[in-house]
Design a protein around this ligand. Sequence first.
Ligand code: HAM
Length: 420
Amino acid sequence: MITKPKGTIDITGSDSLLWEYVNSVVSTMMATYNYEYIRTPIFEASELYHRSVGESSDIVKKETYDFKDKGDRNLTLRPEGTAGVVRSYLENKEYASPDVKKYYYNGTMYRYERPQAGRLREFTQFGVEVLGSDDPIIDAEVISLQYKILEALHISNLQVNINTLGDEESRIKYRDALVKYLEPHLDLLCDDCKERFKTNPLRILDCKVDAESPILKKAPKTIDYLTKDAKERFTTVLKYLDLLEVDYEVNPKIVRGLDYYDHTVFEIVSLDSDETRQSVLGGGGRYNKLIKELGGKDNYGIGFACGVDRIIALLKEIDLYQNVKKEIDCYVMYVSEEEKLNALPIVQNLRLNGVVVETNNLNKGLKGQFNEADRLDAKFLIILNNEDLKLGLVNVKDNHTKEEVKIDISEIVDYIISNL
Ligand code: HAM
């Protein structure tokens, strides 16, 4: 038997209902915050990720799915959504818009990681990218949108861990201080951190292996190296978050694993999340240099992405979601060919009027159909028989109260809709 590739999942059965539910909450919330849906390709030129996510990031160093197509082009399956959205913004000259561009996406991403709970090779993210504004009101909106979507999904005990990397000047000052501090202690850090010291020393701060090392606990904090402007900016973001009722904690260890960030960076966790799983549900930050890096003019950007697979895993632990069931409004029953010919337009009409309908798709007898309708928990049974059809009537049975009435075929849609 052929099986699915390592690190991928099939979404079926009750899981697929949960996925549909999450997607519908996401798209509704995105619409109320006035975000526009964007879809970019699942593969892009490899160079896009080298220039954005960064050569020194774990993603580009060891996790991308790279391949050459038949035209000898170097392509990469997208490991994340930001780079593609910024590429599209530039390529389609959307920066010419007089308004801030607010995009959202929801799609699969690919990273060659060691599969474990909450860490897949094909996984799904929904996220947003806001391009064209440096106003801290946008930082607060993006963070609160992420928070409020998770809250709308009934995930409790949410906390945003937030930090700032500051502007260019703050970051250079901080990097120098960190390098000076870490250099004498390098021997005590893991091999990956020794490598990071050369390529991107900030990443040492969020190393999982050295997380408890006293060296890292006492390391200098970005917040102490900010310029006056960068500090003020961060204070304003926090003030706005208070107004928007977002629960946050300033955490100097949040530096994020992708190279494109500056100023605000954040990750969101549920404190209820099982310790054995990956508890970070989403993360993001500002990336004001990225647009120029990808060939545009100086401009501003910020966004977040949430891991849907992790959200679903968490939802499955909550009682509220254990009984998510597909709701069927009507089951249309028939036996003879003549009855079937009458059933077809009824099924079609009801469906086109928004009623969820199923019918006899396996030539079952009446008993089999009653059983199927019960399995589907249909609210109404519409039972066709030749005698009633001659009079233009059908039987409608309320499958819960068991009450039965005869209805004129032409009135069936109105009757069902008004009784649902
Ligand atoms: P990221 O932190 O790499 O950020 O990923 C965001 C979220 O995607 C993570 O918090 C996690 O929930 C989920 N995720 C990441 N890798 C995996 C995996 N292997 N399996 C399952 N879930 C995973 C970004 O991707 C940035 N593009 C976010 C961003 C948008 N920054 C600015 N704009």
